[in-house]
Design a protein around this ligand. Structure first.
Ligand SMILES: [Zn+2]
Ligand SMILES: [Zn+2]
Length: 295
């Protein structure tokens, strides 16, 4: 990417974050905390040049049957230079989360000393209890929430880099509510106005894919009577899709103008209050674990 293009992408992101904070003042703190991590990810994505996944190992019939790329070929390699991503990620986290400086110092020292064998963790799916591998002693005493923040932010950068390069998915058939690349359930969706297509967005690798508008992306139940959209009072775009069959919800930008190309990562952060409301109403998100795998 040319320097100018890169600057433009980051400028646009900064403007999006600013605008989202003005429109949703209650999410300003969240946007300001995560903003530097998002900006750093965009910077890294324009410069990283790691090797891609092996497209010859991906079977189109398996994709059609709902087996994501993560279940077909390795997405991470032993020689991946994680330091290149994790150290700048920690630096960005310092801006957004200054109160966590002690833990961030400890994380940075572990990474800099080479004592965190990232591949041990990323080559397999983390177990549901989020236990760190035995070889990760260096970061074991750091608060789990901070460790999760660092790992998820770094993994998003690496997965997005590899997902964006996975051209095999461009014309593949895919009909699931979880991501064709990394297998995580969608974190947010958008419905375009005139053509009324629903697009799901993965918060773990940044991929978008089209999905049936009346089917539940979680349980695949199809019943217009049991699928609803909840809107906050006075809002016409910010909504949550709900399924009465499985009691899941998915935050959705509803009937946005076809000319509009919203940043769904920014939208997901700025609509966190909608998540709280839906969970108070007894619904669960599609992707509750926030980790990379589906079982
Ligand atoms: Zn994904
Ligand atoms: Zn459902």
């Amino acid at each position: 990417m040319e320097m100018n293009d890169r600057d433009k992408v980051i400028e646009k992101l900064e403007a999006n974050l600013q605008e989202a904070a003005e429109k949703n003042p209650h999410s300003r703190t969240v946007l300001e905390a995560f903003g530097p991590l998002m900006i750093e990810r965009h910077r890294l994505l324009s410069t990283l040049d790691w090797k891609g996944i092996d497209p010859s190992g991906i079977d189109r019939d398996k994709l059609k049957a709902g087996v994501p790329v993560i279940r077909q070929v390795p997405l991470f390699f032993p020689e991946d230079p994680w330091k290149e991503v994790v150290l700048p990620t920690i630096a960005a986290a310092r801006q957004g989360f200054p109160q966590l400086h002690e833990g961030l110092d400890a994380w940075e020292a572990c990474v800099a000393s080479g004592a965190v064998p990232f591949h041990d963790y990323f080559h397999s799916c983390p177990p549901p209890d989020e236990t760190l591998p035995a070889s990760w002693d260096c970061v074991r005493d750091i608060p789990a929430g901070l460790t999760k923040l660092i790992l998820m932010s770094a993994a998003r950068t690496v997965l997005e880099m590899r997902s964006a390069a996975a051209t095999v998915l461009r014309d593949a058939e895919w009909d699931k509510g979880y991501c064709p690349f990394c297998g995580s359930f969608a974190g947010i969706a958008r419905i375009n106005d005139k053509i009324t297509q629903r697009w799901l967005h993965c918060l773990h690798c940044g991929r978008d894919w089209r999905f049936n508008r009346i089917r539940c992306p979680y349980c695949e139940h199809e019943s217009p009577q049991e699928m609803n959209y909840f809107f906050l009072e006075g809002k016409t775009v910010e909504s949550a899709f709900t399924c009465e069959e499985c009691k899941r919800y998915l935050v959705t930008l509803y009937r946005i103008s076809d000319l509009n190309d919203p940043d769904l990562d920014v939208a997901a952060l700025s609509l966190i209050h909608l998540d709280l409301i839906m969970q108070q109403k007894g619904y669960q998100p599609l992707d509750p674990s926030g980790w990379l795998c589906i079982e």
